[in-house]
Design a protein around this ligand. Structure first.
Ligand code: MOS
Length: 761
């Protein structure tokens, strides 16, 4: 149960995994809403345009900011000439490091809940240029067109230095990250004496998130001088604290709001520069300011670090693993040390007598790398699962059979049991649906006309994390209820699962629940990411509902001859607008009557999810992925024609939204395997394909038949609802299954992603 580099909230660590006591949480009921495929309660708002995003909130007298970004990757700003821009009618100001409002000096003021070690980037702070695409000025104008035109007139002179942005070229300078995860035994000697050996190096390129919604902030200057900031983010309270730190403001002076987020995938875990720039503009002009990044400017934000992964596997002829060594070299900026664990999944997923992990970081003249869906696992498990496939070939063993022989019943990194693990069931069910037993083992042995057919498989693993959230439930005399928490819905379905859990606990139909989230003034929540949202907020709702039930019982028992006299809260449930004795449904009181009698229009209770750190169990979700590719023999075009993915992730609160999460992960896996890569011109440290025409992602024609499903997994340890959370688990392993299928189709092992046709030819 190690802790990871950076941030009070960390990925890739079981430090935040925890269990809760199932007692007294009112789960005596049979679940009827949780576990059902309720359609998104925010769906109508989203498809009708009623849902507002950060760049859509209006304010009287709104001014617009347009960024000027650096064209060098390293050096200093020697001079800024904004005279021509300032002469354009409608231009209000040109903000630079020389004239921006006051900002904090100390590094700590810029730290946020997902910040790694180091000295966070400060927009428009001084004349230093740390990466290409860095904001160096913002033109403020009466309208966006004027701002953008005038931004093109700002002239900047630089004192440039030679940048280093090529991971491969800098790999020898990478330094070992102090790693909290431990290995076991002497992996080097065990490898040396292993009868069957596999050593291989894999490469995952830099990737950018490219969410549909552009990063944007509308900072509204209120009449009292306070700021209401509509920002695209995965954590409104995180951004609020950050803005307070940076501009020395009190929490009452800044409210951050993001009711809807059009995808983020980790890019919004940290406050991004658009929100600082909008706030700077508002503070400078004493007027509302909106800043929207262009698609190209979004490539100046964080990214998935390019990673070199080296695997050494030593095995006996029967497939028993004697040695696992996993070394990774990833990239970060020169000013912050971002890393997630890529390596230790390898000794966790499979039984191996020895294991060794080394993680190195290369500091480059780039923005700091950051979390992108399943950070560490998407890359590390890709390498591991390709290496396992290569080992299976060396052993002349079916790749699924090898996984089953190495199946790990315990977390060997910490030598503890799992709260639950039904990966074996995932393998069996997915293999059956896929028809894996019909696979002919030899590469190039399956074909259909001019197309080679390949079948590959891989495993997926992610963590089941839970963090502190507070939820407030307000029950009204008319029988409706509101559930509120400052958590986020980044498109994942949080609104809907919150409504479902509240409806379940209050015994109300989902339609009677109103959900409030994405507002810093709501009860406490941390950033949403890591697939911890559903489990965390559900437990807070469960507790708030329990408190509310207790308060209603107190009201009931205050009346003479109450039918509920003598009962304890855990002996009651809420159902159909009534508080009912569990053992005797005839003993009941209408909650509306209770509120009327007490003269209360509403009754409200707030509670915190209460997770105890749990070092005695491993908390993980698992998946088995099978993929079919068809490769045109002459043209080397690879098509992923079929993916079957079985996921074990505890209780699924909403099979519909959860299924969508897994589908999204699989599509992303197709992109990771075949399309995605950010390309840098290393002479200038500049991204060359900073647009979604040249940064390729799967289009509809790239996505064929996907069969994703959940394997039943009853978890009575992790939390009272047995919820593990889904999201990232949908991605982990998918690219490996596809890469392994490409090998099976062609006999060619391509270890560098993406598998483009030039590599296949
Ligand atoms: Mo998560 S890295 O916020 O998809």
């Amino acid at each position: 149960a190690a802790s990871l580099i950076g941030g009070t909230v960390g990925f890739g660590t079981s430090a935040h995994a925890a269990t809760t006591s199932p007692a007294a949480d009112g789960l005596a009921r049979k679940l009827s809403v949780i576990g059902t495929p309720v359609s998104r309660i925010d769906g109508r708002a989203k498809v009708t345009g009623e849902a507002k995003y950060a760049a859509e909130f209006q304010a009287p007298d709104l001014a617009y900011g347009s960024m000027v970004t650096s064209t060098i990757a390293r050096g200093r700003i020697a001079a800024i000439d904004a005279a021509e821009a300032l002469r354009v009618p409608g231009v209000l100001d040109v903000l630079t490091h020389a004239n921006r409002p006051a900002m904090a000096d100390r590094d700590e003021a810029y730290h946020d809940d997902a910040a790694p070690d180091g000295s966070p980037f400060r927009p428009l702070f001084d004349d230093r240029v740390l990466f290409n695409g860095q904001p160096v000025a913002v033109v403020l104008a009466e309208d966006i067109e004027t701002a953008r035109f005038a931004a093109s007139l700002v002239k900047i002179e630089y004192a440039a230095e030679t940048p280093a942005t090529d991971l491969e070229a800098e790999r020898s300078h990478a330094v070992v990250v102090e790693k909290p995860w431990k290995g076991r035994g002497d992996a080097a000697s065990a490898f040396a004496s292993a009868p069957v050996k596999l050593e291989a190096e894999y490469f995952i390129p830099m990737e950018h998130h490219n969410p549909m919604e552009l990063y944007a902030a509308t900072a509204v200057w209120e009449s009292d001088g306070n700021l209401t900031v509509y920002d695209k983010t995965q954590g409104v309270q995180n951004v609020q604290r950050y803005l307070c730190g940076v501009f020395a403001l009190e929490p009452e002076q800044v409210r951050v709001v993001a009711p809807y987020v059009g995808g983020a995938f980790g890019s919004g875990l940290r406050p991004q520069f658009e929100v600082v720039l909008a706030a700077q503009g508002a503070l400078k002009l004493k007027r509302s300011v909106r800043v929207v990044l262009t698609r190209a400017q979004m490539y100046g934000l964080g990214y998935r670090p390019a990673t070199i992964e080296r695997l050494s596997l030593g095995a006996k002829h029967d497939g028993t693993l004697d040695a696992v060594t996993h070394e990774a070299i990833a990239m970060t900026s020169r000013f912050e040390q971002f890393s997630r664990h890529d390596t230790s999944w390898s000794g966790l997923l499979y039984k191996s007598a020895t294991a060794r992990y080394v993680h190195r970081l290369a500091a480059l003249d780039l923005p700091t790398s950051c979390d992108m869906r399943a950070p560490g696992a998407a890359t590390g498990v890709y390498a591991l699962e390709c290496a396992m496939d290569e080992l299976a070939v060396a052993l002349k063993m079916d790749p699924l059979e090898l996984r089953l022989r190495c199946y790990s019943e315990r977390d060997q990194n910490d030598d503890i049991p799992y709260t639950s693990k039904r990966l074996r069931e995932c393998y069996h069910q997915a293999a059956q649906r896929f028809g894996w037993e019909r696979r002919s083992a030899a590469p190039r042995s399956m074909r259909d006309g001019h197309e080679l057919i390949g079948w590959g498989m891989a495993s997926g693993i992610w963590e089941a994390l839970q963090i502190k959230h507070t939820a407030r439930i307000t029950l009204a005399a008319d029988g409706g209820a509101e559930v509120a928490c400052a958590t986020m819905d980044i498109g994942t379905g949080t609104y809907t699962v919150m409504a479902q859990v509240a409806a379940e606990m209050l015994g109300l139909p989902v339609e009677r629940i109103t959900v409030k989230l994405g507002d810093s003034s709501l009860p406490q929540a941390q950033i949403e990411g890591g697939s911890w949202g559903a489990a965390s907020v559900s437990h807070a709702i469960l507790r708030a509902a329990t408190e509310l039930r207790g308060a209603l019982l107190t009201l009931a028992q205050a009346t003479p001859n109450s039918p509920l006299a003598g009962l304890r809260a855990e002996e009651t449930i809420l159902a159909d607008g009534r508080l009912v004795a569990l053992q005797d449904p005839a003993r009941a009181v209408a909650t509306a009557d209770l509120l009327h009698q007490a003269g209360l229009p509403t009754i409200s209770k707030e509670a915190e999810s209460g997770f105890e750190p749990d070092d005695r169990h491993a908390h993980n979700t698992h998946a088995a992925i099978f993929a079919e590719v068809r490769v045109d023999e002459e043209l080397a075009i690879v098509r992923v024609t079929r993916v079957v993915s079985a996921v074990a992730a505890g209780r699924i609160i909403n099979p519909k939204t959860a299924h969508s999460q897994i589908m999204g992960g699989i599509v992303w896996g197709i992109g990771m395997a075949l399309h995605e890569e950010t390309l840098i011109d290393h002479r200038f440290g500049r991204v060359m394909n900073a647009n979604i025409a040249e940064y390729h992602i799967p289009a509809h024609a790239d996505v064929r038949n996907i069969d994703a499903f959940f394997v039943d997994e009853l978890d009575t340890v992790i939390n009272p609802l047995g919820v593990k959370g889904v999201g990232e688990i949908g991605l982990v392993g998918v690219a490996a299954a596809i890469a392994n299928a490409v090998y099976h189709a062609t006999g060619k092992r391509i270890r560098d992603l993406p598998i483009t046709l030039d590599k296949v030819l």
